[in-house]
Design a protein around this ligand. Structure first.
Ligand SMILES: CC(=O)SCCNC(=O)CCNC(=O)[C@H](O)C(C)(C)COP(=O)(O)OP(=O)(O)OC[C@H]1O[C@@H](n2cnc3c(N)ncnc32)[C@H](O)[C@@H]1OP(=O)(O)O
Length: 220
């Protein structure tokens, strides 16, 4: 089995550890988290250092890949950029829970994680570094641009597009054909019947724009 590292050690990382173990494709050598002491552990896996240690750790552990295990879309993007800069030869790999259903013709980009019970239906294209969280359902022909995310229990109709860095929060429902603009946030439990403006926060039933947002504003 090939060795990988996870960058991050929070609750989101715990879920990814569980997926990687269940997939049985990679062995986790350890975790990267500059804010914790080396040797501390999450679910039995030790923190090995920070991002600046990646080059040394790649050689020491014969690493085949890395997953950025960070839930916030902008933070994940920033960390992925730093990892690529420090260690350009280290590939980003994906993790897909064995109970996820991946439809015919669907594709999943490098660095993306797909949680238990998720459904990615036929001909969907899920980009790089996305999150399709627990029991989220993405129907046929949807596109998820890089660094976008679906929280647990999100349901979309077919032909939706989730823009880059956009976050669809827990339990939201998107009618078919909806576009969610880049860097926007759709709030928990929303029913989305119209396109969502880029760089906005929207919620409610039906979802309405509440305010503008800047790249990187917190939403979790
Ligand atoms: C595995 C995991 O855990 S993945 C993460 C799962 N979690 C999520 O997906 C949650 C993401 N966050 C949200 O959905 C948040 O509600 C946000 C980001 C959309 C809005 O957050 P904030 O702007 O901080 O709103 P805040 O909590 O301050 O609430 C302000 C008001 O808006 C209301 N409000 C906030 N979100 C919503 C919503 N989704 N629907 C309806 N009303 C809402 C609040 O009830 C509050 O109303 P009040 O002033 O009458 O009390």
């Amino acid at each position: 089995m090939q060795n990988i590292l996870l960058v991050g050690s929070s609750g989101h990382a715990k879920v990814i550890i569980d997926i990687v173990e269940k997939q049985g494709r990679y062995r986790i050598a350890g975790l990267i988290d500059a804010f914790r002491t080396v040797g501390e552990a999450t679910l039995g896996y030790p923190v090995l250092g920070g991002e600046s240690d990646l080059t040394r750790l790649t050689a020491e552990h014969d690493l085949h890949g890395v997953i950025v295990a960070i839930g916030d879309n902008s933070v994940r993007a920033n960390v992925a950029a730093r990892v690529a800069e420090v260690c350009p030869q280290l590939p980003f790999v994906s993790a897909v829970h064995p109970s996820a259903s991946i439809g015919k013709g669907a594709s999943i980009g490098a660095g993306t994680v797909v949680m238990a019970g998720a459904i990615i239906n036929a001909d969907c294209r899920v980009g790089r570094f996305c999150i399709v969280n627990t029991k989220a359902s993405l129907d046929h022909d949807c596109l998820m641009d890089d660094f976008s995310s679906l929280a647990p229990g999100v349901t979309t109709g077919g032909n939706c597009r989730i823009g880059s860095h956009a976050a669809v929060s827990i339990g939201a429902v998107l009618r078919h054909g909806i576009t969610v603009g880049e860097h926007s946030v759709v709030g928990a439990g929303s029913i989305v019947l119209k396109a969502v403006e880029a760089f906005s926060v929207s919620y409610g039933n039906p979802a309405k724009k509440i305010r503008d947002r800047q790249r990187g504003d917190k939403y979790l």
